[in-house]
Design a protein around this ligand. Sequence first.
Ligand code: BEZ
Length: 230
Amino acid sequence: MINNIDNEQRQCLTIGRIAPDFTAMTTEGPITLSQYRGRWVLFFSHPGDFTPVCTSEFIAFARLQPEFEKRNVQLLGISIDSNPAHLGWLYDIFKMTGIVMPFPLVADRDAQIAALYGMVNPDRIYEQSVRDVFIIDPNQRIRAILIYPATNGRNMYELLRLIDALQVSTTYGVSTPADWMPGDPVIVPVANTLDEAIARGMEPESLEMNCLAWWYCFADLSELTPLPNQ
Ligand code: BEZ
């Protein structure tokens, strides 16, 4: 069931939009996306149950679930298979590995949710959801979207790294450079005034910054204070 969708949301689902709400059957019973308000959600699709790449991804997600939990992230899978198919597949994974899948998997048999999230469209080679990832913040806003092909599994460590980066940006109002890892310096927002720009250019150390140019400044997170209301 799709909850309160307006036309604008249907036409252009992208970063910055509120994640469309829905209620659906999962391997843990019915869920509504908005029940996870206050948590981050990693909502990801896979092409189909009983397929090797997807199986490897679910095992990897399950093994790293404590890392997602530490970051207040709810994992939520989806595919257009039925709930009985999901249960059969997760049971086989349990038999193979001993892993009881620690997050719900949505059954989207009529592909309504997949269509809503643009997981199926006429340009896609396979008429099935592929490997999409929607990272949704605690206000239910979509903060990142990744799309991978059916043939290649996702890197769980990159997903964790991106969540760390998004959480740092949200808490401190900063950006993160290429290849940033937790503990690395972050990029501070550009100066707003000429005085600030000159200070950054001339004496960045006094501002606890490392500036290669007045508009290109880094700082250690330990020198920064969280934004209000964080
Ligand atoms: C897989 O998970 O192995 C897979 C699924 C659909 C197409 C190709 C590979």
